[in-house]
Design a protein around this ligand. Structure first.
Ligand SMILES: [Mg+2]
Length: 207
């Protein structure tokens, strides 16, 4: 039996985070406290544990529940930030999204929640360096050619991630390093890019 969209998204996101947990930890060791891989793996492990129950829900409800799991299970900044992202997206998403514009509107709510929760804006070397360009790419697209749209979203994520390398962090623990934060990818931007790719890959396969 084919997986539901919801189950496929959960499985791919969990796999992406689990497979890259060591890399996320190494990135965070360079400019943070080295817990990003462990925190994300713990959070997505909690989502995996609820996988069957989540997969039986409409996507909007599953996102809200997955977001709550992240808030409850993950210490550090990443749990509340990713939790806010998923919960706000889920709240704003229609039960059966009919257009890219509808999805983009929900993602916009999620990104706004991250900015509010993190009291942050793009340019501070955070996950927003990926999320904001991906959102803008969605908003600039009419969705008439979905493979092309997904390619643009992946490219926006990759460029956003790479843009964090020369940036000096002015938010979070990495900001304590000042100029020494320059020259490293931001771990939160990396995990965001992983999740954008995981989502785009699932959608592409199901076209
Ligand atoms: Mg950390």
């Amino acid at each position: 039996m084919t997986q539901t969209l919801c189950a496929a998204l959960i499985n791919r996101a969990v796999a992406a985070i689990t497979e890259h947990a060591t890399e996320l930890t190494e990135l965070d060791q360079a400019i943070g406290d080295g817990d990003h891989g462990i925190n994300m793996a713990r959070g997505f492990g909690a989502i995996a544990e609820q996988g069957e129950a989540l997969a039986a829900l409409p996507l909007n409800q599953a996102l809200q529940k997955a977001g709550m799991a992240l808030v409850m299970k993950v210490g550090g900044a990443s749990g509340p930030l990713y939790g806010s992202l998923l919960m706000s997206m889920g709240k704003a998403l229609p039960e059966a999204p009919a257009s890219l514009a509808g999805v983009a509107a929900a993602v916009a709510e999620g990104v706004a929640a991250v900015q509010k929760r993190g009291k942050s804006a793009p340019g501070e070397k955070t996950m927003l360096e990926v999320l904001v360009p991906v959102l803008q790419a969605m908003q600039a697209d009419d969705g008439s050619d979905l493979p092309a749209t997904l390619a643009r979203l992946r490219a926006a994520a990759d460029e956003g991630l790479e843009s964090t390398r020369p940036m000096q962090a002015t938010k979070g623990r990495a900001s304590y390093l000042g100029e020494r934060s320059v020259g490293h990818l931001d771990p939160g931007a990396r995990s965001s890019a992983l999740l954008v790719h995981a989502t785009a890959d699932v959608l592409e396969e199901r076209l």
